[in-house]
Design a protein around this ligand. Structure first.
Ligand code: MRU
Length: 379
């Protein structure tokens, strides 16, 4: 996607500097800062502090983290992957990417990785390092391609929705879509998941307007989604998280599209906290509720999202404090409540499949149930 009209990805390899580069998402939308990741520690730090965030991007960053570790002379691939896996618990793309990396790279260690040899670990070789980098770059390209394909499949749904709306009301001026959190290109390598169909529809001339949930506590909607949409020239309005139900009751929302951090084999969807309440409101108002996700977000080992998906709990200061520009135009953080109340900060919730209209993936649009999703399961 574009920033100030120029194409940009969220993560890339700078050949000249031999560094992995990211956009520091903790400073957006106020500052656009590029950071270099030069070590495993830096990659882990970037994921835990959410300099990079969003399920697909976390996975790709972890793959680059493996490369950085090997480049620094790490030899224990499993230990490196375990460290990366521990950075955030909910998004399954992290595990998926690390499993890909282990499956592809382990053979380069021979029997040592399989634990059947007592031979001391061999020195890291250029071959392993180069293979790790090639794999991370491939995963990044695959993610961008998958998200673009999600956009193409979602576009068909949006074209249909706009046609239906215009047929019923020839004076309609826009297709109003509600989204939660940031499932745009900043959450992936490029295109995004929930926002990819919106970008494609906009470029086809469909007059889209997006209701952007601010998404407390970290405000990914107000900070990131709004900024992305603004960069692409897409009309949007930021609303408080509690406004969606009211807008739906008054016919102001035609459909919802959100992303997912982990989807079960049965179609339950785990996404940013508050997604479930939006799905309930959409269901009550007979409004389609779509979830856009790459197939790597489906955890085929799980059947019951509410019971089985681990929900990240983050630091309470994300609730008690808020970041923004002060009157001097400087980025600052203020406390919005007293220190005397307990605070809880669940990062995600689960929307049961029965509230989801359909899952938009890079391989097509699927009903949220085991029978339909079966075809996507790895053999
Ligand atoms: O905590 P975050 O910002 O990493 O949460 C991100 C989301 O919840 C996204 O909706 C999800 O990762 C889907 S991203 C394409």
């Amino acid at each position: 996607m574009k920033i100030n009209g120029l194409p940009q990805r969220t993560i890339w390899f700078d050949e000249e500097q031999q560094a992995v580069r990211i956009i520091d998402q903790t400073l957006l939308p106020h500052h656009f800062n590029i950071l270099s990741l030069n070590s495993l520690d830096a990659a882990c730090h970037a994921i835990t502090t959410m300099q990079v965030r969003g399920a697909p991007l976390i996975g790709v960053t972890a793959a680059f983290g493996v490369y950085l570790a090997l480049r620094d002379g790490e030899t224990d691939l499993s230990a490196v992957c375990e460290r990366l896996l521990a950075t955030r618990p909910t998004a399954v793309n992290l595990r998926w990417a690390l499993e890909c990396v282990q499956a592809e790279l382990s053979p380069l260690w021979g029997p040592i990785q399989a634990g059947v040899s007592t031979v001391p670990s061999i020195e890291p070789t250029q071959v392993r390092i180069e293979a790790a980098l090639a794999l991370a770059l491939w995963l990044a390209d695959e993610d961008a391609a998958a998200c673009s394909a999600i956009g193409d499949h979602g576009l068909e749904l949006l074209q249909q929705a706009w046609f239906t709306k215009l047929t019923a009301d020839p004076t309609a001026v826009s297709l109003n879509i509600l989204t939660h959190c940031n499932a745009g290109w900043l959450a992936t390598v490029d295109w995004g998941t929930a926002l990819a169909p919106i970008y494609k529809a906009h470029s086809k001339g469909i007059p889209i307007h997006v209701w952007v949930d601010e998404t407390r506590p970290r405000n990914q909607g107000a900070f990131l989604t709004a900024w992305e949409l603004q960069q692409e020239g897409i009309p949007h309005t930021v609303i408080v998280d509690n406004a969606g139900g009211h807008l739906m009751q008054h016919g102001e929302v035609d459909l919802c599209i959100v992303g997912s951090d982990r989807t079960t084999a049965t179609g339950d969807v785990c996404n940013k906290i508050g997604t479930y309440l939006k799905a309930l409101a959409a269901f009550d108002n007979d409004i389609p509720f779509y979830v856009a996700l790459p197939v790597s977000t489906i955890d085929f080992s799980l059947s019951d999202g509410v019971k089985e998906i681990p929900i990240e709990q983050r630091h309470g200061s994300e609730v008690s404090h808020i970041q923004g520009l002060n009157e001097l135009g400087e980025l600052s953080r203020v406390q919005v409540m007293t220190s005397h109340s307990a605070v809880n900060n669940f990062g995600f919730d689960v929307t049961p499949a029965r509230l989801v209209t359909a899952l938009i993936t890079e391989r097509g649009v699927f009903a949220p149930n085991r029978e339909s999703l079966q075809v996507l399961a790895p053999l």
